[in-house]
Design a protein around this ligand. Sequence first.
Ligand code: GDP
Ligand code: ZN
Length: 375
Amino acid sequence: MSKATDDGTVIAIQANYYWVRLDQFPKTPLLCTRRTRLKKIGQKVMVGDRVKVELPASLLPLVKQGQQSVNFADLAEGDLGAIAKLYPRRSVLERPPVANAEQICLVFSLADPPLDVWQLSRFLVQAEATGLRITLCLNKRDLVDATAIAHWQDRLQGWGYDPVLVSVHNSEGLEPLRHRLEQGTSLMAGPSGVGKSSLLNALVPGIEQRVKQVSGKLRKGRHTTRHVELFTLPNGGLLADTPGFNQPDLVIDGAKLIQLFPEVRHQVTTQSCFFKDCLHRGEPDCAVSSDWERYEHYLTFLAEALQQQTPEGQRDSEIGVKTKTGSDGQEYGEPKLEPKKYRRPSRRQTHQDLQEFYGEDGIERLREESEEEEP
Ligand code: GDP
Ligand code: ZN
């Protein structure tokens, strides 16, 4: 018998269970296991993955009725979906581990804490290195005057960015920001204290209830466990807050560093330097000028990058993941903390998490079903 399926997006991972937002029933996520054949071919499911899900039996009558919205809490307890197929990824971010992200929403504040240009520049360079689109969001505009606002707008335009200035406190600027987030999957990153959590609460109505319903204990522990979770925005689009992206490491190839500065990128693409391996720090006939504000950032980051590229530097600059090439030829990020057992929550913890959602009977069925996975 062929099973009813629907495609969806993995929005959170909890132990060996996956929360999937189904395309057909986007309002509430469905808890899923993963078919054994995916494990066998070494396919690791990531948050952000597009997957095909075999629907649980109790959902089928609703599918037949063409129902658009289901409260999964009404399903039989412990009734799970099963991820049967993983679709090819358009992008893979290693830290945090997220698939198919398109944009990084970098959040800084104009005051409290004051905007530190070196820190901002570091975050920007790190974000550029992912190859994703960048939206720069400057929060707490209520704390600064019009002169300061104009100053930052001009200055950052000089860096090649068009920042969105917002205030979570008085809701100013939130509409343009929502507009920039309404396509695809975006990650929110930035230093602490700038208002990322406040912003997430403003952008995702009902997030408190959803977090409670979906994640249970997962969220409480997220500062230590570095889980990533995707939230659905009201106008479309998915947004992740990204623990683990808050301290950029700047592990970057020195020779490519210049490409990560949008304000001078065109100088190296339209015109070439005399030396093929020019590092643009005063070599003769260099295509890159020196009269731009962040030139000194460039030189400093370059020195750091070159330092890391020496054998000595490399030992200190391990990034938080290693990459593995999958059987499909794609590279996948793996958490550095091996063996996996160390990262997996204890059985008891997982049991408690699931119990909160499914109750004791549900847990029994969960266990049976996950053991029942195809041989
Ligand atoms: P996070 O560490 O980036 O998640 O920052 P939080 O969301 O925890 O916010 C840090 C502090 O900034 C809190 O006290 C917030 O109330 C405050 N805050 C957030 N947004 C704004 C804003 O738009 N204006 C002002 N004045 N304060 C804000
Ligand atoms: Zn050059």
